[in-house]
Write a protein that binds this ligand. Structure first.
Ligand code: S3P
Length: 184
């Protein structure tokens, strides 16, 4: 199966869904942020603090290029990955791209708890967080919308909801794969 790239805003469930979907499809799972942290032996927030976002984006780009060449792999990307350089084009060229779309209210709810680990969100009040998401998502959505598959991952509160999304995506990806195998 072609490499699968999960894309979407911070808090959209890329890692949670990615881990389960990779298992379901029998693929290796890679979380792009973790890959970068292991490679540079530094937390993402320390990379941002010590080297700045520009250097982080270059590291992210290089890691993505490397992973795009792997076989039988599902990658959970960072929320900003598709929006820098020609990363979105690279992913669309190298495999299947899936956009996990989530509403602003749901993202704000999910991200409120985890914002300290995310350098772009750290220190924001709930109001600032929400307006940041609104503005930032509006800038990023044109990139996310270039994905080949789009799914609504609004609710991930129960394991049943997670199973449903994973099942839906797995069927869709298998069908696309079968179709291509037949066409070749
Ligand atoms: C970022 C999202 C983060 C991480 C970095 C920047 C972004 O990944 O790559 O903090 O620009 O949206 P998650 O989407 O996994 O939180």
């Amino acid at each position: 199966m072609q490499t699968i790239f999960l894309i979407g805003y911070m808090g959209s469930g890329k890692t949670t869904i990615g881990r389960c979907l990779a298992q379901e499809l029998g693929l290796q799972f890679i979380d792009l942020d973790l890959f970068i942290e292991n490679r540079y032996r530094k937390k993402i927030r320390d990379i941002f603090a010590e080297m700045g976002e520009t250097d982080f984006r270059i590291m992210e780009r290089n890691a993505l290029r490397e992973i795009a060449g792997f076989e039988n792999t599902l990658v959970s990307t960072g929320g900003g990955t598709p929006c820098f350089f020609d990363n979105m084009e690279l992913m669309n060229r190298s495999g299947r791209t899936v956009y996990l779309k989530v509403s602003v209210n749901e993202l704000a709810k999910r991200l409120h708890g985890g914002k300290q680990h995310r350098p772009l969100l750290a220190g924001k009040t709930p109001e600032e967080l929400k307006s940041f998401i609104v503005e930032n998502l509006a800038l990023r959505e044109p990139c996310y919308n270039q994905a080949q598959i789009r799914t609504d991952s609004f609710c991930l509160d129960t394991s049943c909801e997670l199973d449903m999304i994973v099942g839906k995506l797995s069927t869709c990806l298998k069908q696309m794969n079968d179709y291509e195998c037949e066409a070749n």
